[in-house]
Ligand binder design. Structure first.
Ligand code: NAD
Length: 366
């Protein structure tokens, strides 16, 4: 039995999570996928109901679960709350308490959407890369992190980039293991030409590779060159592993290659414990989209593809994950489009009709 916690959150979160639950039910009925669902409050709705955006009860349920399916949080009505009561705090606490150190962002370009990219169709058609970003270390968390005033009156701000051997080892292992499930190639991006953390990063990744993953091909690339290669020839990559800061930038760049924000899933994974249990949270990369919330217009595909990642990485059901990705590909090829990915001559649908079409495609492909 697989235990799944769903945290719908705010805005379009509940709508895309409902759509994804319908897909889960389909897997339960048709693919022998036994699961139990719990629901947890998070974000603005949690603040309204409990006074906190990150209730302890939700964290407890997340610890019990094999995977968390997260919708989205946030909205203008909560923008003025103090930092520790803001909806986003709910997501940050989940990431921190479950020690989710590896952020996985696939950039997958469906053939039917190749014209939606800002790059030429031949550059992005068939694109399938995975960016593995270190999520809990580096310059966003390093100390000192401060702004001081100098004797001459000007300000001086400092952020500190810090990485330890063990932090680099665990993200490198994650990337190599993921590459084994895909094209068996890892490109490690850093700035070893100008940063000592980059030098250490390169040394540690090389050592982990040599000692544990010689069957996977490893290349090193400077992060600035990687940014350029992503728009020049992104299909040369399979898995890219990089630190928190470069990963933030490179994963957004890669996301843009594929067209719409409503299409992109993500996963955040923790370490495996001695029993093999690994905390994991799956979520669409988009936010709560308050401008279209409650109108049945949201594209559910990013959330549904997050479920595909969950099937692949938390439950080792690679065939089921592929089936879901093929079903999405089919409905796009058939011309179904939500507003965010609408193109001339296509069939415009809302959240429910898009989900219906995906369920129908699953049924006929299975
Ligand atoms: P957003 O991703 O919510 O929306 C950006 C634009 O994309 C909007 O026009 C929206 O309508 C559209 N869009 C997003 N997802 C879509 C979907 N599935 N289908 C169709 N259209 C979609 O980003 P934003 O507007 O910057 O932020 C809105 C709120 O979401 C803010 O409160 C922000 O803090 C929060 N946010 C939350 C998360 C998260 O929960 N992980 C991530 C980003 C932003």
């Amino acid at each position: 039995m697989h235990n799944i916690l769903v945290t719908p959150g705010d805005g379009i979160g509940p709508e895309v999570i409902d759509a994804t639950r319908r897909v889960l039910d389909w897997y339960g009925k048709n693919r022998n996928f036994a699961f139990a669902i719990e629901e947890g409050l998070v974000g603005g709705i949690a603040f309204e109901k409990t006074g906190r955006p990150d209730p302890d009860d939700t964290i407890l349920k997340a610890r019990r679960a094999d995977a968390v399916l997260f919708g989205a949080v946030g909205g203008p009505q909560w923008d003025k709350l103090p930092f520790n009561q803001k909806p986003e705090r709910g997501l940050l606490r989940l990431r921190k308490d479950l020690e989710l150190f590896a952020n996985l962002r696939p950039a997958l370009c469906f053939d039917a959407l190749k014209d939606a990219s800002t790059l030429k169709p031949e550059i992005v058609s068939g694109l399938d890369i995975l960016i593995v970003r270190e999520l809990t270390g580096g310059v966003y968390f390093g100390e000192p992190k401060e702004t001081t005033t100098l004797p001459d009156g000007q300000k001086r701000a400092v952020d500190t980039q810090v990485y330890t051997t063990s932090e680099i080892e665990r993200i490198a292992r994650e990337a190599f293991e993921l590459a084994r499930l895909r094209g068996k190639r890892v490109a490690s991006a850093e700035k070893s030409n100008v940063m000592v953390t980059g030098v250490l990063w390169r040394q540690v990744v090389s050592k982990v590779h040599k000692e544990e993953f010689a069957d996977v091909e490893l290349s090193h690339v400077l992060a600035d060159n990687c940014a350029m290669q992503l728009v020049r020839n992104p299909k040369q990559y399979d898995v890219i592993v990089t630190d928190n800061l470069f990963g933030d930038v490179l994963s957004d760049e890669a996301a843009q290659l594929t067209g719409s924000i409503g299409m992109l899933p993500s996963a955040s994974l923790g370490a495996k414990d001695t029993n093999g249990k690994q905390y994991a949270l799956y979520e669409p990369i988009h936010g709560s989209a308050p401008d279209i919330a409650g109108q049945g217009l949201a594209n559910p595909i990013a959330c549904i593809l997050s479920l595909a990642m969950c099937l692949r990485y938390s439950f080792a059901r690679v065939d089921d994950a592929k089936l879901l990705e093929r079903a999405v590909e089919r409905v796009l090829a058939e011309g179904y489009r939500t507003g965010d990915i609408m193109q001339p001559g296509m069939h415009k649908v809302g959240t429910t009709a898009m989900t219906d079409a995906i369920l129908k495609a699953l049924q006929s492909l299975a």
